[in-house]
Write a protein that binds this ligand. Structure first.
Ligand code: SAM
Ligand code: SF4
Length: 333
């Protein structure tokens, strides 16, 4: 094991202590903002193995990372995910392992994940109306997702958050219903502006764009929102509702660029270290993991070296053109 006690700081002085690891590019949904209807997924041999993912987790912790989020694709379709959570949760120095899921398999996985050490979980839910849900995810699976959310509420996670991408003429009239749903369960909800990742054909992104300010005004029709300094280490700006436990957050990659405080790196399912969500710069960590199996120093040095090449930020425009050709499932959302 490496003895380095280094920290990750980029050339703009931003300290990195948060990594999102994508464990697969596959998914049982085909959300319209994330994937095309027909997708070609990576051959399995190109994915990082569970051992490689665990080793990478250890390397990041050696470099001062405090929080790892497992994502995808859909992380719960990856075989061995519970064991991976268990091995990452056991890493000394890591404060937290979290996971983002579409919820379709949570009825089965809520308890095993909680027992494996997962403390926080994010579940994506864009609509409570079955037909709409099916239109946005291209899968008719709302009942499974709602049952999955019930299962995590019952399993006693420390923090549960719903993530909803808001799109005009898709689900913008459901914002209040989604806040009510989260409030009734004492859980957080964050509304996300759609990002221009991958070429989509099902909708016009410029038309579908709903700014966080518009969504906040919709919430304020029924709730008092008090700005909060709470942070969960991510880009959500949180508001509290008096006398309520669940918070309302807004993730605004377009309207409130959060690059200056960006504390995170992403690793794709094939082991590419992405230095920025909105730029193409990346480093092939899989090649190093496979060239030097069991030796973490080569990977750690490559990550340290990459800090000098981290871009200042993204420049998402609001027109329909995709600014980044990879889809979110490749990126590790
Ligand atoms: N499959 C899991 C899920 O849906 O939660 C994890 C991966 S998914 C890529 C992670 C998050 O990215 C989801 O909350 C999803 O809504 C969001 N997402 C995907 N594509 C997006 C896009 N183009 N713009 C904004 N958010 C997006
Ligand atoms: Fe799958 Fe998540 Fe992308 Fe939807 S957002 S297609 S659930 S990876």
């Amino acid at each position: 094991m490496s003895q380095t006690q280094k920290t990750l700081v980029d050339s703009f002085g931003r300290k990195i202590d948060y990594v999102r690891l994508s464990v697969t590019d596959r998914c049982d949904f085909r959300c319209v903002y994330c994937m095309a209807e027909e997708m070609k997924f990576l051959p399995r041999a190109q994915l990082l193995t569970l051992e490689e993912l665990a080793s990478l987790g250890q390397s990041f912790v050696n470099l001062g990372v405090k929080k790892i989020r497992l994502t995808g694709g859909e992380p719960l379709v990856r075989r061995g995910i519970v064991e991976l959570v268990e091995s990452l949760s056991a890493l000394p120095g890591l404060d937290e392992v979290t996971l983002t899921t579409n919820g379709s398999q949570l009825s089965k996985f809520a308890m095993p994940l909680q027992r494996a050490g997962l403390k926080r979980i994010n579940i994506s839910l864009d609509s409570l109306v079955p037909g709409r849900f099916a239109r946005m995810t291209r899968r008719d699976m709302l009942p499974q997702v709602l049952a999955g959310i019930d299962a995590v509420v019952d399993a006693g996670f420390e923090r549960i958050k719903i993530n909803s991408v808001v799109m005009r003429d898709h689900n913008d009239d459901e914002v209040l219903a989604l806040v009510d749903y989260a409030q009734e369960r004492d859980i957080d909800i964050s509304f996300i502006e759609e990002m221009p990742l991958g070429q989509v054909t099902s909708h016009n992104r410029e038309h579908a764009y709903c700014s966080s300010d518009d969504v906040r005004r919709l919430v304020e029709k029924a709730y008092t929102l008090l700005p909060s300094t709470d942070t969960t280490g991510g880009p959500s700006r949180y508001y509290r509702i008096p006398e309520r436990k669940g918070r309302v957050g807004f993730i605004s990659p377009h309207s409130h660029n959060f690059c200056d405080s960006c504390n995170r790196l992403r690793v794709t399912a094939e082991g590419r270290l992405l230095l920025c969500l909105g730029q193409e710069n990346s480093v092939d960590l899989r090649a190093l993991l496979r060239r030097y199996p069991g030796e973490q120093i080569a990977v750690e040095n490559a990550i340290l070296e990459a800090m000098m090449h981290r871009p200042e930020g993204h420049q998402f425009a609001q027109d329909d053109a995709p600014q980044i050709l990879r889809f979110m499932n490749m990126t590790g959302g």
